[in-house]
Design a protein around this ligand. Structure first.
Ligand code: FAD
Ligand code: MLT
Ligand code: ZN
Length: 462
């Protein structure tokens, strides 16, 4: 087996010295995850500019038995995109492969390279009168490859589904350097196994996504955004039911925000909600190409106030005001990070169980981890709550994980609704998924990456 320094020399042969970073000062921005939980040290950072270069890099590493860690925008919240601290792994950044290859407004597709920033792809779709509905607070840095590899969720899943629902075609470099080109733009394609599904959400452990074809939708002409305070999470669910009864599938986002979340945003981002204090808030958005949406939304909200499902609220009067309401929601994660240490839980439970989950997890934490504070918010419309626990140095993250995830398990929920496993939840996955499911997972990994060289230690232990 070659050493990682031999490999570095061979990689320079493909990319030139400038394309292979060996100095720590150049590597540092790539070495640490967004949450600063997993400091790594790569052998080198490589930045290929084509699929062929990715394939050559991976082939060289495969021959030498050197591990490769793919990275997009490095906004992942589970530590999946950073190398370990051994100084032997090659970090492969896709950030130079950022082209949008094609936007087809009639076929309603966009084809982009893996390193294309999500916001850039959204804007390209919008310029063509179409909508790329994947939307999350990190969209200014997250990449198409990262979003696909993570099967990202975000705020529009309620209407448009997870990233998986929008992927029509993929190009992937396999762990031995072979290129699998499935960049088809087809709406219907049942020709054999749909192999691309394996790579969506695989967090870079089965292959490296180099390009994707994503489905676009008509861009709605009208939208309504409202922030409401609600008496409790149960009322928030009744509001969701009412909104879906009255507005049907025009409801695109239904986000729950706690008072603690808004307190953090006020303290660290200086943003305040335009409505009276309450314990729980809902940010709701609906969109349609047909006229009459605002009237229907106002009628629905009138009914919500009448039935005391909502206590106070404001409907945005302009796009700028809608953006201000969204800013309150989008700043929660960053404000939480500024507050100090947190133990994040990205959980989902069946929708109707959310209020009981919140109550029981709160009670269990108060008993088992006194002194912690809960920052709960998230995509209520999907049953996905970010149940983040703010802690001091004395609190044990493992104890807190166990308390919260045991309640999740009791409700038949998932310990990762959208952020994935990365290295942050490897132990938790093994604990909460059944032996049979873990066996399938290990068999898939062995089938595609028998040497275990692609992103080792992520999803499964190395
Ligand atoms: P990275 O962080 O670089 O990588 C993520 C994973 O994918 C890693 O395992 C990495 O190895 C792998 N990977 C990256 N690129 C490739 C590739 N080309 N081929 C193969 N594997 C690859 N996530 C949500 O789902 N919903 C949210 O609402 C949401 N909100 C967020 C808000 C904030 C403020 C932040 C910081 C993060 C948020 N995230 C959210 C998490 C994150 O933005 C998403 O997971 C996003 O999809 C990651 O994209 P990225 O390009 O940064 O990927
Ligand atoms: C979000 O929805 O803002 C992120 O996925 C959540 C988080 O920070 O836990
Ligand atoms: Zn989220």
């Amino acid at each position: 087996m070659s050493t990682s320094s031999d490999v570095t020399e061979r990689l320079k042969g493909i990319l030139g010295s400038a394309g292979v970073m060996t100095d720590w000062a150049d590597q540092e921005p790539y070495a640490m995850d967004w949450r600063k939980l997993f400091p790594g040290k790569p052998a080198c950072v490589v930045r290929p500019s084509s699929t062929e270069q990715v394939a050559q890099i991976v082939q060289i590493c495969h021959e030498a038995g050197v591990a490769v860690v793919p990275q997009g925008g490095n906004t992942g919240l589970a530590g999946g995109a950073v190398p370990d601290s051994s100084g032997t792994q090659v970090l492969l950044s896709l950030n130079r492969m950022a082209a949008i290859r094609n936007v087809d407004p009639i076929g309603m597709t966009i084809e982009a390279e893996a390193g294309c920033i999500l916001k850039v792809a959204q804007d390209a779709a919008s310029s063509a009168g179409r909508l790329l509905p994947i939307s999350l607070a990190a969209e200014g840095s997250a990449t198409i490859g990262g979003v696909v590899a993570a099967n990202a969720g975000g705020v529009n899943v309620l209407r448009y589904g997870m990233t998986r629902n929008l992927v029509l075609g993929l190009e992937v470099v396999l762990p031995d350097g072979t290129i699998a080109n499935g960049l088809r733009r087809l709406r219907k394609d049942n020709a054999g196994y749909d192999w691309k599904q394996l790579f969506i959400g695989s967090e870079g452990t089965l292959g490296i996504v180099t390009a994707a074809v994503l489905r676009l939708l008509p861009r709605p002409k009208h939208s309504v955004t409202a922030l409401l305070s609600v008496p409790d999470p149960d009322a928030a669910l009744r509001l969701l039911e009412l909104a879906q009864d009255e507005l049907g599938d025009q409801v695109t986002a239904f986000e729950l925000i706690s008072r603690t979340s808004l307190g953090l945003v006020a303290r660290h981002a200086g943003l305040k909600p335009p409505i009276a204090e309450g314990e729980w808030f809902v940010l709701i958005e609906a969109a349609s190409s047909l006229a009459g949406l605002r009237e229907a939304a106002e009628t629905m909200l009138g009914s919500a106030f009448e039935h005391v499902i909502a206590l106070d609220g404001v409907i945005a009067e302009s796009g700028a005001q809608a953006a201000q309401l969204w800013a309150l929601r989008e700043h929660v994660t960053e404000s939480e990070a500024r507050e100090g240490k947190s133990v994040k839980h990205d959980v989902s439970v069946p929708l109707t169980s959310v209020p009981c989950f919140l109550a029981e997890a709160g009670e269990a934490l108060a008993a088992g981890a006194p002194g912690t504070r809960v920052n709960a918010f998230g995509h209520l419309g999907d049953g996905n709550i970010h149940y983040n626990v703010l802690v001091d140095a004395g609190h044990d993250a493992n104890v807190i994980n166990r308390i919260v995830h045991d309640v999740v398990a009791a409700y038949g929920g998932s310990i990762s609704a959208e952020h994935g496993i990365g290295q942050y939840r490897v132990g938790e996955l093994a604990r909460y998924r059944s032996p049979v499911e873990m066996d399938i997972t290990r068999k898939l990994k062995r089938a595609l990456d028998p040497e275990g060289l692609l992103n080792p230690g992520k999803v499964l232990s190395a």
